[in-house]
Design a protein around this ligand. Structure first.
Ligand SMILES: Cc1ncc(COP(=O)(O)O)c(C=O)c1O
Length: 437
């Protein structure tokens, strides 16, 4: 079928579709399964680490309650799993209320539901720059303005955040919430410093905003001290949960295939989210809630998280070592203390998006930085994933990538030399012409 037929109903699509674009990683998926390719593109945890035997055990336990596992469940989730979530959040230092926990189909659905209940067309969201592409995607359906706040090594910078809010207020733009991934952010691997978490809370109070704290990676810390979540800081300063909407997920501490996450928020917000979820999918899967319940109740999940953390730390080290060994000195990258990603910045004249086909032809893939911004920044950046590929392959992958980057840089030098020669040649010809005249 010719491609143009796919757009045959252009005149019928809703306006909201115009702002929606497919994530580069999702589009890349088919190419990346090609044999021989080293993909640093996905955001995949290593689910091979869990093992068939452990999976069979928890499945057998759930099979004894098959009637409930196969049934519809409450929109807010099964009670048992909420107790597990209270334990998981406590392990990260956040005191959660069982009644303030609401189950979602992955944190991704949490992003969609929060946007659904808060955003009217033209409202604004303050995000890190760059930010998680999947959040931009979820928000886009509600047609907001995205205001990126620059980051440094300590995360979103409070001074530009305040300036952006002041400017938006002057222009009559309603900012509804601040979206942040505070720990080992996707895509940069950067962690928001403790004093900035407090500052962000203060800013949200000053401007009466929600903070959407998205924390899939907090437990995957390799080095340094764990920091308090913004949700915990709010509890500390106000004694309860008010403006912080916290998103958690089992994707990175257990497995993304179960598609299970949660929102922790105050009852008013959860009531609206409940209505939003009823329209989206009625309820999340009982089957996977029960699988998780069985595993987290009976197995040593903390030991499994420690196992994953050790695995990823080794891979992070392999990536940082290889970058230092192979990349040209003009390339810079982040040094994450946990999570799944490193963010690399190439010289400003190298376009990582247009370089990708060449990289893939050399069997190495990454995600170009552009997709993590709304509006075209990040062209000379790339996200590199270290959680899914073994250390030796990471090293080889970075070596291949460095060759591609170096070629691009040399191409530019050649072009510059060429144009300088051309200019000199032109100048000498016109000088000759002048003297002849
Ligand atoms: C920052 C962030 N938020 C949310 C998600 C979505 O997670 P889930 O699998 O729970 O839907 C991801 C997935 O990679 C992520 O990186």
């Amino acid at each position: 079928m010719p491609l143009v037929d796919l757009d045959r109903f252009d005149f019928l699509y809703a306006n909201r579709v115009k702002g929606m674009k497919s994530a580069a990683t999702r589009d890349l998926m088919a190419t990346l399964s090609r044999p021989g390719i080293i993909s640093l593109a996905g955001g995949f945890p290593d689910t091979r680490a869990f093992g068939e035997e452990a999976f069979r055990e928890i499945s057998d336990q759930v099979a004894t309650e098959s009637a409930q596992a196969l049934q519809y469940g409450p929109t807010a989730g099964l009670e048992g799993i909420k107790d597990i979530i209270v334990d998981v959040m406590a392990a990260e230092g956040t005191r959660a209320n069982q009644e303030d926990v609401f189950i979602t189909t992955g944190a991704q659905q949490g992003l969609d539901l929060v946007a659904k209940v808060f955003l009217d067309e033209g409202d604004a969201v303050l995000c890190e720059g760059p930010t998680y592409a999947g959040a931009l995607n979820a928000f886009a359906a509600y047609r907001p303005r995205i205001i990126h706040v620059p980051m440094d090594r300590a995360g979103m910078m409070p001074v530009p955040a305040r300036e952006a809010l002041k400017k938006a207020r002057k222009q009559g733009i309603r900012v509804k919430f601040i979206y942040t991934v505070p720990n080992f952010q996707n895509p940069t691997g950067v962690t928001l410093a403790a004093d900035r978490r407090r500052e962000l809370l203060k800013i949200a109070e000053e401007y009466d905003l929600i903070i959407l704290e998205d924390n899939p990676y907090g437990m995957l810390r390799f080095d340094g001290q764990a920091l308090p979540s913004i949700a915990a800081l709010e509890q500390e300063s106000t004694g309860g949960t008010d403006r912080v909407v916290y998103l958690g997920t089992f994707s990175k501490i257990f497995a993304p295939g179960v598609r299970l996450g949660w929102v922790h928020a105050q009852p008013g917000i959860l009531h609206k989210i409940n209505i939003g979820k009823q329209g989206a999918d009625l309820c999340s899967s009982n089957l996977t809630q029960m699988l998780i319940h069985s595993y987290f109740r009976h197995a040593n999940w903390r030991a499994y998280v420690r196992h994953l953390t050790a695995l990823y730390k080794e891979r992070r080290d392999a990536m940082l070592d290889a970058l230092a060994e192979f990349m040209p000195k003009e390339v810079h990258w982040t040094h994450p203390e946990g999570g799944l990603f490193v963010w690399a910045t190439l010289p400003s004249y190298v376009d990582a998006t247009s370089m990708l086909p060449l990289a893939i032809s050399r069997n190495i893939a990454y995600v170009p930085g552009e997709g993590f911004y709304s509006g075209g920044a990040g062209k000379n950046c790339m996200r590199l994933n270290f959680s899914f590929v073994e250390p030796a392959k990471i090293r080889r992958g970075i070596e291949l990538l460095a060759e591609v980057v170096r070629e691009r840089m040399e191409l530019r030098s050649d072009l510059e030399r060429g144009s300088q020669l051309g200019a000199q040649h032109g100048a000498s010809r016109s000088a000759v012409g002048n003297s002849e005249r």
